[in-house]
Write a protein that binds this ligand. Structure first.
Ligand SMILES: *Cc1c(COP(=O)(O)O)cnc(C)c1O
Length: 385
């Protein structure tokens, strides 16, 4: 295979650290469902799933049957797979045959599940998602009685793997009132379900932010994306963690992903000349500029133009001029001995220096998850220890 213009490295050690950290927060019992939607938040399902399995993960959550299939072919154990999002009715027979778990958030899906399970001759493994105020997907309270009856009538064809809900913005302190209301409604609806003699295998509500800072949301399973990759969901959550730290652990999250390339070309520029397209950058002195072989076509945000930086030979090199589709330029005038092919760290560590995803998105005004989940699938990913 010919070389790509950049590469992504995934640290097994960082992932193990993060999962240990999450485990210390949730305690021994809850199942940690590793959320790997959006190509494992850009880390690459194919590489990430076996890594997570190596760290003990046996449950994965995705957002579509397409992603479920990717996990199915990437997994190296009999880990469970759960679809939280879109599931076209056409895919239902496949999903049931593969014993893939999925969210049910409307009555129609529930009825179809029974019918298809009968046809296939296997139980449908469902998680009943409850509407608690997120107003995205979720079964409404006024349909609950009917839903409970239908499930009880068809237990031969349905396995109620879970009852769950998703919080609407628990990473932000300003949403806490709404979250408390969601939690109350969830508890109330759960009571209605068990009161009717229906017992789900697991209850689950917590995403990363909930796991990191709101222990009362941790139930039989947690659905963790952001945190396992070593990203803090928000400054609020990081601060809450710091306040609670003495109760749990000294560990902290470590970024799993690094992104690297090499210097493609070096160019001497005279004072007064412009670099790259247009007049985005004019040299104020004689300069040495390194050309880096990737750009916005590879997920490197254009808003980094004249703002971001990379690491070369253990030193920060500022971006000069605009990010082009497949190249951008950095100032290496003050870095000694720079050569073509030198390693360029876009995200990650080199020597004493590091560039975090957070510092990167600070410049581009994207949220961390937005940035990583958009990293092109074509960039090769490798696992490092
Ligand atoms: C994406 C998602 C999660 C994971 O959220 P993080 O904040 O990344 O941990 C959990 N539950 C549902 C329903 C999701 O869609």
């Amino acid at each position: 295979m010919q070389r790509h213009s950049s590469r992504i490295e995934l640290s097994l050690k960082a992932l193990q650290n993060n999962l240990d950290f999450i485990r210390s927060k949730v305690g021994d019992d809850p199942v940690i469902s590793s959320v790997v939607k959006a190509n494992a938040y850009g880390h690459g399902i194919e590489q990430f799933v076996p890594m997570a399995e190596e760290c003990g993960i046996r449950h994965f959550a995705v957002a579509s049957s397409f992603e479920a299939e990717e996990v199915l072919s990437a997994r190296t154990t009999d880990a469970d797979i759960m679809i939280m999002g879109i599931l076209y009715p056409e895919d239902l027979p496949w999903v049931i045959r593969q014993q893939i778990e999925y969210f049910v958030y409307d009555f129609h899906r529930l009825e179809r599940s029974v019918e298809v399970a009968k046809e296939v001759g296997q139980k449908a493994h469902i998680h009943l998602e409850l509407e608690t105020g997120g107003n995205r997907t979720g079964m409404e309270q006024d349909k609950l009685a009917e839903t409970i009856d239908h499930i009880k009538e068809h237990t031969e064809h349905l396995e109620l793997e879970g009852v769950c809900t998703h919080f609407a913005g628990i990473e932000s302190l300003s949403n806490q009132f709404r979250i408390q209301q969601q939690k109350q409604l969830f508890d109330q609806m759960c009571q209605q379900i068990t009161g009717a003699g229906l017992y789900p295998n697991r209850r689950h509500t917590a995403c990363s932010a909930a796991v990191l800072a709101f222990p009362e949301t941790v139930m039989d399973m947690v659905r963790v994306g952001t945190a396992q990759y070593g990203l803090w969901p928000s400054p609020d959550i990081y601060n809450l963690h710091l306040i609670q730290k003495h109760k749990t652990t000294d560990r902290t999250l470590q970024q799993v992903l690094s992104w690297k390339t090499n210097i493609m070309h070096l160019k001497e520029i005279s004072e007064g000349e412009y670099i790259g397209y247009g007049t985005a950058y004019q040299a104020q002195r004689d300069m040495l500029v390194a050309v880096v072989p990737l750009g916005y076509g590879n997920g490197y945000a254009r808003s980094q133009s004249n703002k971001g930086e990379v690491i070369i030979r253990g030193q920060k090199a500022p971006i000069v001029g605009s990010i082009n589709m497949n190249v951008f330029m950095v100032d290496v005038t003050d870095i000694e001995d720079v050569k073509i092919r030198d390693e360029v760290v876009l995200i990650g560590k080199q020597g004493e220096q590091s560039i975090s995803i957070r510092s990167f998105t600070e410049v581009t005004d994207a949220i961390n998850n937005e940035f990583v989940s958009r990293l092109p699938t074509a960039i090769p990913r490798t696992v490092v220890s």
